[in-house]
Design a protein around this ligand. Structure first.
Ligand code: MN
Length: 517
């Protein structure tokens, strides 16, 4: 088999790390984008962990038709029966059973013997076969498991009917050579291994998740598990975009194919970053803001003569919008719409009008409008949640001699204008305090980042924030040529999310209390 199966777990392992910031609609939006990217399997969640997770998996199973939709579950008959209900409507549902295999987990966590693990694995896989033959089995902490036991366990679950066997480096402990040796060992010592696809799932605690994954592929693994932007538990999972581009760029080395459309990588990365509130570091391979920026004089000289001199990938093959001038102040609606469709956006008339107005406002402030600017404008117009509050006006005074002061005017529910002012330790603090006086919901700011979308002093500044309220995180995003305005927009955006989540929750409560009456 010369095709690598791409298994995305952004919505399961990645979302675990995001602290439940994604609501059901946002998960569905990411799943649709993953479908466009062309991943083979979407692990949509861990249904038994929460009703929200169950609902997200159920909805994605119904709406996303091309990839296989997978749910993670414990090696437990009841959990399998329950989780199946979430994925049964998928076009190709996959059951993913996970059970620890290392002595360290068996002894300290599960308090079970190897024989008991074998029995549980066999029984649950057999049970799952009643529902589907698309079954994956994961031997948790495999990289720290006695190889002889791994062989025995995988043979048993394949016999019981598992079609994919996953070897995770759960704690990110393996070295590439050693991990490759584990895969080689499995290929050689599991007699029925040709009846299943060998998969790997690596974590990045030592920065080796992608390296370990690629070494495993070289040794015969044909499914790779990872997340977009490498988000995930602790230091994260293997970055899918890096694995994909390594296999593609070094086709001479791997000689393998994949079913993905790499041109969708950038948009997928951006969407995941925007919705989870985790910014992408500038020097991140493939999707970082500097990944295709050349600064050394010698390199720039080479690039101007022939891009192949210092560029091993074409940024267009990843779908990175160009940062050269495309539109200006005099560009009309038609040119704007054209450019949008070239970038892969199809907006309805109302969204197009809003985006065009925002574009015109931007063109008044900024001379050259690039694809990156257009992306930023559209992302903001497209992803506004139902808005309780809208920023109308903002005025700030700050500096090293004055006391930072902010006056804000919001349009609140029912179109009512609300105004207030506050002092702060800095301009952003003052703005947030003024907004808090108008929208009184308790919350804590846990992350704040600002980055520029393009080069130049008149560039758009994009602010990503996360706030926490009653143990749940909400993200917010705002962009403007003025970073204080971006900060205010990001905060209002996060507050709107918080409020709409609270509303949905109280609606559910009243409904269920009616039922019980
Ligand atoms: Mn994991």
């Amino acid at each position: 088999m010369d095709r690598v199966i791409i298994f995305d777990t952004t919505l399961r392992d990645g979302e675990q790390a995001a602290g439940g910031t994604l609501n059901v609609q946002e998960k569905l939006e990411i799943a649709h984008q993953l479908e466009k990217l062309g991943v083979d399997v979407i692990e949509a969640g861990f249904p038994v962990t929460s009703p929200g997770d169950f609902e997200a998996v159920r909805l994605i199973s119904e709406k996303v038709r091309k990839p296989s939709v997978c749910a993670l579950m414990h090696a437990n008959i009841k959990a399998i029966d329950e989780s199946w209900k979430a994925i049964k409507k998928a076009s190709n549902p996959r059951i993913h059973i996970v059970l620890s295999s290392s002595d360290i987990h068996l002894f300290y966590q599960l308090r079970k013997s190897r024989e008991q693990i074998l029995e549980m694995s066999r029984d649950t896989v057999k049970h799952a076969r009643k529902y589907t033959d698309n079954i994956e089995f994961s031997a948790m902490d495999a990289s720290r498991t006695d190889p002889a036991f791994i062989y025995q366990l995988l043979q048993a679950v394949i016999d019981a009917g598992a079609s994919t066997v996953n070897i995770p480096d759960t704690v990110g402990y393996a070295m590439p050579q050693q991990f490759g040796a584990i895969i080689n060992g499995v290929m050689k010592n599991v007699p029925n291994i040709n009846k299943a696809v060998v998969s790997v799932h690596c974590h990045n605690d030592l920065g080796l998740a992608v390296a370990n994954t690629l070494e495993a592929v070289r040794c015969g693994a044909r499914q790779v598990e990872g997340t977009i932007n490498g988000i995930g538990e602790r230091a994260g999972n293997a970055s899918l975009e890096e694995i994909i581009m390594a296999i593609k760029t070094r086709g001479d080395f791997f000689k393998l194919t994949m079913g993905v459309d790499t041109k969708q990588i950038y948009r997928t990365s951006r969407l995941v970053s925007d919705l989870t509130g985790f910014p992408v570091q500038p020097n991140k391979a493939v999707v970082g803001g500097n990944a295709f920026r050349h600064s050394s004089g010698l390199h720039v000289d080479g690039m101007l003569k022939e891009s192949k001199t210092y560029e091993i990938m074409d940024p267009r093959s990843i779908g990175i919008p160009s940062s050269s001038l495309v539109l200006g102040k005099t560009s009309g609606r038609h040119a704007f719409r054209e450019r949008l469709s070239e970038l892969g956006y199809t907006l309805n008339d109302e969204d197009l009008n809003k985006a065009f107005t925002a574009f015109k406002e931007l063109a008044d402030k900024k001379k050259d409008i690039t694809d990156r600017d257009i992306e930023s404008v559209v992302a903001e117009e497209q992803r506004t949640v139902s808005e309780e509050y809208h920023l109308d006006r903002l005025q700030v005074t700050c500096g090293d001699r004055g006391i930072p002061t902010a006056a804000v005017r919001l349009i609140g529910p029912d179109g009512k204008a609300l105004e207030d002012a506050a002092l702060g330790t800095g301009p952003v603090d003052a703005v947030y305090k003024a907004i808090n006086r108008l929208v009184s919901v308790r919350n804590q700011l846990t992350e704040f980042s600002v980055k520029s979308i393009t080069e130049g002093i008149d560039a758009i500044g994009e602010v990503l924030i996360r706030i926490e309220s009653e143990g749940v995180s909400y993200t917010g995003r705002g962009s403007d040529t003025d970073i204080i305005v971006s900060s205010a927009k990001a905060y209002i955006n996060a507050l709107n999310r918080l409020l709409s989540a609270k509303k949905a929750k109280s609606n559910k409560k009243t409904k269920s209390s009616k039922k019980s009456n």
